[in-house]
Design a protein around this ligand. Structure first.
Ligand code: NAP
Length: 275
């Protein structure tokens, strides 16, 4: 029986067991997907367990995404510049690390707004934390000519813009009003929106008609940013689909079946979000 896991510290909140458990049942696979609490000091010992072949692989969440990347034996060259990972696959005693958040972000937009990146000239990313790194790389992979990273701490946005390969510029959030009239896409990657917290003074009415606003925060499903955008007649995509789609490549690598993100799976996970 193949076994997979999600490790974090704490780990109780993770919805990954729900997603992978649903797929195991749906495809009739005799496998398991377990939540395991691993404290930071215990991470190297957990990696030794992995090399012994106990698991086919698993997911990694906060606070291990950077440390696990450093401990892995092989790193996916396509995401090595992100410096953080969320998926491990074990092969012949070697731990391979990758980051499926990029795939999940793009697959969600492709599913909800097909063709969204065609002809897109300018994108605005809000935030410059861990998730922003993956989103920035994902957007650069779609050859968008101009990508602005806006962050509360502008120096972090500028550092990220310089560090990652791509058409990036870093700014403070105060540049929003100047930059968005040309933007066809705004992505929130900050923690603002969680528990319905709100950005102050982001004039969404300056976005061009037909622009797309997406949020990777999914608690609540419709964040205040998305609600405002919808009220203004803009297109919106919530962040739950990213969570579902990022799980696809891992499941396929561990259990040998490429699973489908269905409305049924979405409603199962959505039912746990409350509100
Ligand atoms: P992080 O590394 O801690 O980064 C947090 C970001 O939020 C930073 O840019 C930070 O700005 C900004 N921020 C925090 N408080 C703020 C405030 N009061 N005003 C303005 N900006 C503020 O977090 P992360 O790992 O990138 O995660 C960010 C969010 O994405 C979380 O809610 C996470 O759950 C979500 N996420 C969702 C998915 C999905 O599958 N949908 C995947 C990954 C992450 P400073 O740099 O100035 O501190």
């Amino acid at each position: 029986m193949k076994r997979a896991f999600v490790i974090g510290h704490p780990i109780a909140h993770s919805r990954s067991p729900l997603i992978h458990g649903h797929w195991l049942e749906r495809y009739g696979i005799a496998g398991s997907y377990e939540k395991i609490d691993v404290a930071p000091a215990a991470l190297p010992a957990f990696f030794d367990r992995l090399r012994s072949g106990e698991f086919a692989g698993g997911n990694v969440t906060v606070p291990h995404k950077e440390a696990a990347f450093a401990l892995a034996d092989e790193k996916d060259p396509a995401v090595v510049h992100i410096g953080a990972m969320n998926t491990l696959v074990v092969h012949n005693g070697l731990i391979h690390a990758t980051n499926t958040d990029l795939y999940g972000f793009l697959a969600n937009l492709d599913a909800e707004e097909p063709g969204w990146s065609e002809g897109l000239e300018t994108a605005v990313i809000l935030g410059a934390g861990g998730a922003a790194r993956g989103i920035a790389a994902a957007l650069a992979s779609r050859a968008i000519p101009a990508i602005h990273i806006l962050n509360r701490s502008p120096e972090k946005a500028r550092a990220l813009a310089t560090e990652l390969p791509g058409p990036f510029e870093g700014h403070g959030l105060d540049r929003f009003a100047q930059l968005v009239p040309a933007a066809g896409l705004v992505v929130n990657t900050t923690t603002i929106g969680m528990h319905s917290t709100e950005f102050e003074g982001l004039p969404l009415d300056l976005l061009p008609a037909g622009a797309l606003v997406t949020d990777i925060v999914y608690t609540p499903l419709e964040t205040p940013l998305l609600a405002t955008a919808r009220e203004r007649g803009l297109r919106t995509v919530d962040g739950l689909g990213m969570l579902l789609h990022q799980a696809v490549p891992g499941f396929e690598a561990w259990f040998g079946v490429r699973p489908e993100v269905t409305p049924q799976l979405r409603s199962i996970v959505q039912a746990t979000l409350g509100g």
